[in-house]
Design a protein around this ligand. Structure first.
Ligand SMILES: *Cc1c(COP(=O)(O)O)cnc(C)c1O
Length: 387
């Protein structure tokens, strides 16, 4: 596999002015990876600040609600500080920013989860922080906007295009190009130009390393199936990466949306270039990027990470769609059967489990679901829509 490529996918489709920064980031990451002090500081922050390891939990009542008697375990990323997996990557990238002597962080955010995680590490490291967010997302995720401001970040509303994540990303890239000497762009998922997809995957791979050992401990075997929702793809690659060479079925679940549209990039898209990388994306016949739609703001993105495009073509991961209504039903089900309110994003993975494991009982199905975040943020979005 050539540098920065996953098969045909990935690469660095960026303006000339950004190349020195990407090279600088690549070099900083290579040296950090080889530096035991970097790794031990990261591990210490993950343990003491983020709250790792997160448990795997056997969801007995949720499992019993499935016809085929699968045993469903949840990897509890919702228990991390700030309530989702995003913080794993932000702590790692903030350490890299400090290593490169950059004292300012910029980020884009859709659901607001990545913005909150970035504002959090900026406060922790005493860095300046600017977060770009589409106007539409600011309205539907207002609790997260308030959290970012409380943490000391500047939140800039983006009013161009569809006023959602794709447009916020364009604005963030513009800021980064302008301030590249002092500023590190924390990308929140396994997307963007090389080396971001690799860096983000590696910082999230702690999820899979922990979960693999925890499943061996709990069940004395590996799970038969691992399931995760896919927006840009970071929580999914974080958990899948530990099982890629095992005899384990891997399922990535995309947002099937509603009649208004979807965000099922791998199921329905075609390859093209978006935000610095070649990967599947939702586009029309003229190559214009189509707007995405999902009830889960964190899945509402017309692109997907290049490694997922590779894994799809290679047939190693199967990608499925779950629509808004089924995600809402799964959201309610987990809340009422287990006392755990999942993020709407994670509810897509749970809905896939409810659909796929509803058949006749089959021996030995042990299913591991990545519960990527908690759903408090979604209380307004689900209001009046639950079954
Ligand atoms: C951001 C987010 C996602 C989607 O992002 P990935 O990079 O695909 O993981 C999923 N779940 C939660 C809770 C999120 O905040």
């Amino acid at each position: 596999m050539s540098r920065g490529r996953f098969g045909a996918y990935g690469g660095q489709f960026v303006p000339e002015t950004l190349m020195p920064s990407l090279l600088e980031l690549e070099a900083a990451y290579a040296s950090a990876r080889a530096d035991a002090a970097f790794q031990s500081e990261l591990d210490s922050l993950l343990a003491r600040y983020v709250g790792r390891p997160t448990p795997v939990y056997l969801a007995s009542r949720f499992s019993a609600s499935l016809a085929n008697e699968a045993r469903v375990y949840l990897k509890r990323e919702d228990l991390n500080h700030t309530g989702a997996h995003k913080i794993n990557n932000c702590v790692g990238q903030a350490l890299l920013a400090r290593r490169m002597d950059k004292r300012r962080l910029v980020a884009e955010t859709g659901a607001g989860q990545h913005g909150v995680a970035t504002a959090t590490v900026a406060a922790l490291f005493g860095m300046e922080c600017t977060v770009y967010m589409g106007e539409v997302d600011m309205a539907r995720q207002s609790p997260n906007v308030r959290r970012m401001k409380l943490l000391g970040a500047t939140v800039v509303p983006v009013t161009s295009g569809t006023r959602t994540l794709k447009d916020a990303t364009n604005e963030t890239i513009r800021d980064w190009v302008t301030n590249v000497r002092t500023t590190h762009y924390i990308i929140g998922s396994t997307v963007g130009p090389h080396p971001y997809p690799t860096i983000v995957r590696d910082f999230q791979s702690v999820i899979g390393r922990e979960a693999r050992a925890q499943m061996l401990e709990a069940e004395g075997r590996l799970p038969s199936d691992v399931v995760a929702c896919v927006g840009g793809g970071s929580n999914a690659l974080g958990i899948f990466s530990a099982f890629l060479t095992d005899d384990v079925r891997l399922h990535g679940v995309e947002a099937g949306g509603s009649r208004d549209g979807d965000a099922a990039t791998l199921s329905r898209g075609t390859p093209g270039v978006l935000h610095g990388a070649f990967s599947y994306l939702l586009q029309d016949d003229d190559g214009q990027v189509s707007p995405a739609h999902s009830i889960a703001a964190g899945l509402d993105y017309p692109g997907v990470g290049p490694e997922h495009s590779f894994l799809k073509d290679a047939g190693r991961v199967s990608y499925q769609r779950v629509n808004d209504d089924d995600a809402l039903a799964a959201f309610a089900s987990l809340a009422r059967l287990e006392g755990i309110i999942p993020a709407l994003e994670s509810a897509h993975a749970l809905a896939f489990v409810r659909r796929a494991f509803s058949g006749a009982p089959s021996e030995g199905r042990v299913v591991l679901v990545n519960l990527s975040g908690r759903g408090d943020k979604d209380a307004d979005a689900v209001e009046g829509r639950l079954p």
